[in-house]
Design a protein around this ligand. Structure first.
Ligand SMILES: Nc1ncnc2c1ncn2[C@@H]1O[C@H](COP(=O)(O)OP(=O)(O)OP(=O)(O)O)[C@@H](O)[C@H]1O
Length: 454
């Protein structure tokens, strides 16, 4: 076919790749970049030397190129969010002799006026969708969907694919993963993808409710059921979730006597309010989450085996951040933009050595820890870029080694203390301003100030 342009073939190809106003990338079958045109390099802020040979997920946010190179399924006019812009991406598999050998991708309308106009239009539409989502959230309690789960490592994509398969049914799901890996985001997403998405999503944090109150929280009580009870009675979380999803977070921390009662509800599909003699039918889908090994808890007789079998119908393991280092860079950039935008800071980027450090760090607190570190760094950065100096003490070369044997709780507390101290310094001790900058409630800020004796 190219014979028609034989005479200037090279020049034409060079013009198409290098002079046209679009971004162009080519990858091999394994997802490694073999070519990135100058436009794309400039847009991504990388040099060609840096990019070629890297896995495409390490260079392009939210990319799906590697998936196309693996499946051979083209994706045309897909909306992709890169560097705070919504772009139109085409991803086309490349075949040679009938074999899939890679993929090429183009990103259109990078900076033309029409695109800016269209982008504004899309932003408006997305804002509108966001509003509807918020309204829906107020009505049903689930805020996040799979689109909010950032990352494209094979391990994360595998979990997302599984979620798409299992969400529509009514099967009980057990989410297992270390603290801060995103279990709650997945629970929301499962609900959003299920037929129950217009019905309530109700969360119970089994670790946060005092043992004596758990039963009334879960099952509710009738008017005047006990001294001190509200005279109108109270609906339990099971009743509130009727028709929808009940998310039992930190289920490993549920006291044994409450476990017996939950088991009965799950077996019989009925709840009894405290003080009531009648059982009430409820239709809820259960999603449970834990960062502990329930199997170990069973051995220690702290978790009932029969309840375990009831909730462990389908288990989803959410990988720790250190097991999917490909996601760290993309997540860090996403969080920088999110936090900077929310707090009105002008920080846009992180130094390559910061990103390299992040890549090699263990992240015992997973994405939550990354979020905390970036939150504090965004407030400390002097310019538009986060540097190593903006990272908390425990990440400085000396502090890092010293931290290796400390508990996660200690590490997180130290990071929190540092963020509060530095923000207070920035606001000249003005606590209200500091609470606002850190985007936390005044009372919770005052509690923390008290806790750390500041
Ligand atoms: N893939 C992700 N993309 C974007 N944000 C994420 C992702 N994973 C986690 N987060 C963010 O990290 C924080 C912790 O996530 P989440 O509360 O879902 O974790 P968790 O596993 O339920 O933690 P825990 O076991 O401590 O309850 C949240 O602010 C969440 O928005």
């Amino acid at each position: 076919m190219l014979s028609a342009i034989r005479e200037y073939k090279e020049e034409i190809i060079e013009t198409v790749f290098e002079k046209s106003h679009f971004c162009f990338v080519a990858i091999d079958k394994q997802g490694f970049i073999t070519y990135l045109n100058e436009n794309y390099c400039q847009f991504l802020g990388v040099t060609r030397q840096e990019a070629v040979g890297q896995h495409v997920t390490a260079i392009i946010e939210n990319t799906r190129m590697h998936i196309v190179a693996e499946t051979g399924q083209e994706e045309i006019a897909d909306l992709q969010y890169i560097r705070e812009n919504h772009m139109i991406a085409n991803r086309i598999p490349v075949f040679s002799g009938g074999h899939l050998v890679g993929a090429v991708g183009t990103v259109l309308y990078r900076d033309t006026k029409e695109w800016m106009k269209m982008n504004t239009h899309i932003k408006d539409l997305l804002l509108e969708i966001e509003n509807y989502r918020k309204q829906l959230h107020e009505a049903n309690g689930a805020t996040y969907s799979l689109h909010d789960i950032v990352g494209s490592s094979p391990k994360l994509l595998e979990v997302k694919e599984k979620v798409k398969k299992i969400a529509p049914g009514d099967v009980t799901i057990l989410l297992q993963g270390e603290s801060g890996t995103g279990k709650e985001l997945f629970a929301h997403s499962i609900h959003q993808l299920s037929e129950r998405h217009t019905k309530p999503f109700v969360k119970v944090n089994c670790a946060a409710i005092p043992e004596g109150l758990l039963e009334t929280e879960l099952f509710g009580y009738t008017p005047g059921a006990f001294t001190g009870a509200k005279k109108e009675g109270k609906q339990g979380k099971f009743q509130l979730a009727d028709g929808g999803t009940l998310f039992l977070d930190e289920i490993g921390d549920m006291p044994l006597n409450a476990q017996v009662k939950i088991l009965r509800v799950l077996q019989e599909g009925e709840v009894e309010r405290i003080g009531s003699e009648h059982a009430q039918k409820v239709d809820v889908r259960i999603i449970a989450a834990t960062n502990q090994s329930l199997e170990k808890l069973i051995e220690q007789q702290r978790f009932r085996e029969d309840l375990y079998y009831r909730i462990n119908v389908l288990q989803l393991k959410i990988p720790a951040l250190r097991e999917r280092p490909e996601d760290i860079r993309v997540l860090a950039m996403y969080l920088i933009h999110k936090i900077a935008h929310r707090s009105g800071q002008r920080v846009m980027d992180a130094d390559p050595d910061v990103l390299a450090f992040f890549q090699g760090y263990e992240w015992p607190g997973n994405v939550r820890e990354l979020e905390n570190v970036i939150e504090s760094a965004v407030h400390l950065a002097n310019g538009e870029t986060i540097t190593m100096d903006d990272l908390p003490d425990q990440m400085q070369p000396d502090g890092y080694a010293e931290n290796q044997n400390r508990s996660l709780q200690d590490i997180l507390e130290k990071a929190e203390l540092q963020a509060i101290k530095q923000t207070l310094k920035k606001t000249n001790g003005n606590k209200q301003k500091a609470a606002k900058l850190l985007d936390i409630g005044k009372s919770s800020f005052y509690e923390k100030v008290k806790k750390y004796g500041l």
